[in-house]
Design a protein around this ligand. Structure first.
Ligand SMILES: NC(=O)C1=CN([C@@H]2O[C@H](COP(=O)(O)OP(=O)(O)OC[C@H]3O[C@@H](n4cnc5c(N)ncnc54)[C@H](O)[C@@H]3O)[C@@H](O)[C@H]2O)C=CC1
Ligand SMILES: O=C(O)[C@@H]1CCC=N1
Length: 265
């Protein structure tokens, strides 16, 4: 099974790293090409995956073709590789935000098996969260294999396409917001005398444990907030100060802006 990546930027590199770590795929099973030779040649050298000379060669030699280019060039790239996409052999997997299955079918062919996905950066460490939606041509074992790639590098959820914009904000972009929160916590620690390295490690571990607690406990987050907030204690004082500065409103406004931008694509 050959998996070809067209576009080898931040997200494709995260998927490749995750696949090589979490699956039995050999580096030689992965083919890459992008617009920046210096990047894809470096990735090939560092990981052992095979650099191809063109997008067309990647598409021709792959069973699963991962479209991992930016949305502004996706249309022309699919048109460029269209003739290599053989519905009997090839499955197209798109990670392009905002690109619908209807548009992909129009560009790539109505017979082609296609999986629309929206992964997040944490796939690099096997802790991703990916939304998937297959078109009608992608069925059976091939669908299992395509979705299975993302199951092996995190969790997947099948969503209607009209929820992808919201999912993209809550899971695709949110790693950036969580990293921002961790950096803010750590900066506050530095303000109070911790080193940045120690503060970042402490903050990240606390955030990781808290996320795991939400997933594993029967309580909802508000119940857990109450458990941390000792009566008359420091946590409730901090929470109220954060709310006074508009914490929840800031988060919701950020997500609203992300969804608006996704819907404008
Ligand atoms: N960065 C993220 O966390 C996520 C990104 N995505 C989607 O992944 C896609 C890629 O995003 P990033 O990796 O962040 O962008 P990036 O800018 O890091 O990578 C884009 C890649 O596309 C390549 N490229 C541009 N024009 C090309 C062409 N004509 N032929 C072949 N390759 C070409 C570039 O050389 C580069 O390797 C986007 O469509 C984005 O919506 C989806 C979910 C999360
Ligand atoms: O910023 C972006 O447009 C992409 C989509 C989700 C995460 N990154």
């Amino acid at each position: 099974m050959k998996i070809g990546f067209i576009g080898v930027g931040g997200m494709a590199q995260a998927i490749i790293t995750g696949l090589l770590k979490q699956t039995k795929l050999a580096p030689s099973d992965i083919l890459v090409h992008s617009a920046h030779a210096s990047t894809y040649e470096r990735v090939a050298k560092q990981t052992g995956v095979t650099a191809k000379a063109s997008n067309v060669e990647v598409a021709k030699d792959s069973d699963f073709v991962v479209l991992a280019v930016t949305p502004n060039v996706a249309t022309s790239v699919v048109q460029e590789i269209r003739d290599q996409l053989d519905p009997k052999k090839t499955t197209l997997i798109s990670i392009v935000a905002g690109l619908t299955l209807e548009r992909l079918e129009e560009l790539a062919g109505y017979d082609l098996p296609i999986l629309r996905t929206l992964p997040n950066l944490n796939v690099a460490i096997g802790a991703g969260m990916t939304a998937v939606h297959a078109n009608e041509n992608l069925t059976g074992e091939t669908k299992k294999k395509a979705v299975g790639l993302f199951d092996q590098i995190g969790s997947t959820v099948t969503l209607p396409e009209n929820d992808f914009a919201t999912f993209s904000a809550l899971a695709g972009s949110s790693p950036a917001y969580v990293y921002f929160f961790i950096d803010s916590l750590s900066r506050a620690g530095v303000k109070h005398g911790l080193t940045k390295t120690a503060a970042t490690k402490i903050a990240a571990q606390a955030v990781m444990g808290s996320a795991e607690m939400v997933l594993k406990s029967d309580e909802n987050p508000f119940g857990l907030i109450d458990q941390v907030s000792s009566p008359g204690g420091s946590t409730v004082a901090g929470l109220l100060a954060m709310e006074e500065a508009g914490f929840m409103t800031a988060v919701v406004k950020g997500i609203d802006a992300t969804i608006d931008r996704n819907n404008a694509e």
